[in-house]
Every structure is written in structure tokens, then in C-alpha cells.
Design a protein around this ligand. Sequence first.
Ligand code: IPE
Ligand code: IPE
Ligand code: MG
Length: 253
Amino acid sequence: MSREQLKKELEARLDRSKMPTHIGIIMDGNGRWAKNLGKSRLKGHQQGARGIKAIIRYANAIGIKHVSLYAFSVENWSRPAFEVYALMKLLKTYLIQQRNELHEEGVVFRLVGRRDNLPAEIIKEAEISTKLMQNNTGLNLNLCFNYGGRAEIVDAVKKIVQSGISPDKITEETIRQNLYWPEIPDVDLMIRTSGEMRTSNFHLWRCAYSELYFTPVFWPDFDEAELLNAILAFQGRERRFGLTSAQLGSQES
Ligand code: IPE
Ligand code: IPE
Ligand code: MG
């Protein structure tokens, strides 16, 4: 069966009433994908960046409202300087080249992460994209770059302390409102490619009740059929949020 036929078949099994609102993707395995083909790690990153378009377009077409892509973690600065440089350059190229197409598809764009140590030109290009797409109503693409879940919580705490709020007024909602982009909802489905089974500091606050999905497929090979497999697995799960199955059953009836 071709990938296209498989995609059609999987798509027919989707329950449109149980779609995840927010999918987080840890796009891992670019380096190993390249190594397996005798290519450089940078080729792996290029191929990985190329694949983003199809996934975003398809997620938008099937009605997903938020996709967060983990593209560079705060820990990734410790990689060899040439790789870090290449990833910065790749992001800048991506922002410029994909802007109009994303806009035409009605996507809303955000760069999510720490900004103070990012090159100014990246911030500038990201802001142009965000502004261009701010009134769109399609999928929200949250590109997590220079992102760390702990860094995000630390930065939120700093803002809360600076606001002078009294400690007894602090609730979970206070923290949520001080995350990088408060409008980004909790992650429903967290996907990690490449067979690694960890969260690597991604979306810590928003993944408290995420369903986790791991696939051995390397990110450059992750296609629409793979995305559908993940969503179908999600739809087969029972999300209990601390309740019992019986309670959920009675809520439904
Ligand atoms: C993910 O691929 C991309 C980034 C972390 C920037 P990797 O570069 O981590 O690929 P592997 O894990 O070495 O295969
Ligand atoms: C996580 O991948 C970060 C991104 C995908 C951007 P890593 O490859 O950096 O994670 P670890 O180091 O294997 O946990
Ligand atoms: Mg990796």
C-alpha cells in the first residue's frame, strides 16, 4: 500500500469529535537519520526543516488548532558551535521562506522561548511573521526555539514576583498567565520521534495531563500517516484527569 493510500485509510478512521486541540512534537532524530544515510548532521536538520511544511498544512487541514514544534532547546546551545550556527541560520531561512505560504494557509505564528540570547535578526524575522499572521484564524504554529520548560517557569516566576502580587493570591492560573504565551493551551498529545522516551524539558507546565506518544521514526521520515497514527492512538486513550473510569462514563451519559 502506498503512503497516500495508507493516509486515506487512517484518515477515514479519525473521530472528528475527539481531535486533540494542541499537539506538541519533539522533532528528534535528524542526526541519526543523516548518519544512517552517510550524510552530515546538518543535512539531517535541513531535511527535518523541509518536512515541517507538509505536517503543518495537513494538521491545519484536519482541524488541529495548535501545534508546538520543539526545534531548539536551551540545552542545545551546548552542541558544537558550527551545528548551533547552522540551526540559527536554518531558522532564519525557514522564517523568511515559509512566511507567505503559512500566511496563505491561515496559520498564526509564534516564536516560543527565551529571547534575550537569540540573534536580533531572528527576533526581527519572527516578529514580522507573527505580525503578518496575527489576524489569521487557522492553526497556531508555536515554534519553540531556545525553549526550556524550566526556563519558562523561572521566567514566569520572575514576572510574578516583579508584579508585587501577594503570595496568598498566587494560583495555578497566575502561573499560566505568566508563561511565554498565555494563549497557548495545555498540550493534549505530545509526540516524540526517534525512539527516545523522554520529554527533554519540553512544555513542562502545559504537559501535566498530556497523552504521550513515542514513535521510532526519525523526524525527517515523519509524514502525515505517522501523524494520523499518533492521533488515532490518542483517540483510543481514556483521559481520566484523576477521576475513575466509572465517573467518566456517568459524565458522558
Ligand atoms: C533533533 O534532532 C533536532 C534538534 C535537537 C535541533 P537531533 O539533532 O537531536 O538528532 P539526533 O538525536 O542526534 O539523532
Ligand atoms: C530535544 O532533542 C530537543 C529538540 C528536539 C529540539 P535533543 O536531541 O536535544 O534531546 P536529548 O538531548 O536527546 O534529550
Ligand atoms: Mg536528539
